[in-house]
Design a protein around this ligand. Sequence first.
Ligand code: SF4
Length: 388
Amino acid sequence: MVMESQGLARVREIYHDRSHRVKQLKAAGEKVIGYFCVYPVLEMLTALNLVPYRVFGDMREPITKADSCLPTVVCPFIRSALDLGLKGKYDFLDGVVMAHVCEVGEKTAHIWNLYLNPPYFHFIDTPHTVHKAAQKQHKELLKDFEKTLELFTGKELSPGRLREAIEAHNQQRALVRELYNLRKPDPPLISGTETLQVMVALMSLPVEEGNKLLRQVINEVKGRKDGLQKKTRLLIWGSIIDDVALIEMIEGLGANLVMDDTCVGSRFYFPDVELTDDPLDGLAYRYLVELKCPRTFREAVFGETKKDYMADLDSRFSYLKEYAREWNVNGVILQSVRYCDIHGYEVPQVKDYLDSIGLPSIYLEHDYSEAALAPLRTRVQAFLEVIS
Ligand code: SF4
């Protein structure tokens, strides 16, 4: 009898062959729905027994097809994801749901639908502010999403089933927070590279299967006697990181990456969904207001007296100070894929904020390609020398 691998060994298997498990599920009759970015509401898929599967690019594969549909001056992550789609690598998906994360994301959604014509397709025009009116609008958009899913599956999405799905996803969020707590000791019990592999694995499995795997990983990591002591403890902020290449490079230079603020990490997993009387209220609020991606505009919440630039920064980024304190961080890597306006425009302000709290940082822009990481190595090395 072949024993199934467990814990981090299983994580590595999934990381290196992400679609293997969902293809097995599909062969057993389940339907797999791809989603881009963090805004599609996964609980609604889970509640209808659809398997959510995060669509990523592949920074190790040259982009050869997408340039016929998208200009080369858009973010290489989304070009890479579309490229994989056009090459048939996402043909196993039964459908795709995308949200208005950015202008490029919106255009790509419609190009995906036009060129790949998946059996199910839905686009959520997620608002870009968090005002009450935007929250109300978001709830209406989720009702539309619900209707299209019901039509596709032929099943009704009951509030009871939706509540169960919220509980399962909240359970996953709690387990991820527990795993991140194991990065707090010095040295951390789990590396940044391993953590990212776990996050990618979770985004490639049904939620309950992911929860079981997370429990195994947490037990295994807790059983470690110690980690690798290094001088520097870093936080990484910015646009999507779905491949370990950048993290491995940074950790290979003598730093421990102990915390992140990216969408394949804490940004996606930390906020829970509140169980409200109408579950859509809690979902609409969490996915619009609680997800702290710079694609959403937030007005500053000023204190009584101060209304200036620094107070604005403090109201938007004070959670980074908390992360730095709790995970004992002494430097920050700000990074973004080239042409990502969403993150690029935010960098000067995040940097000003980090300067104001005395936390050194460096900004890296990259081409979402493994080969293009080489020149960044020297810059990271110099940064580590300065702050160690
Ligand atoms: S990385 Fe930036 S530009 Fe690319 S899809 Fe994400 S938010 Fe949009």
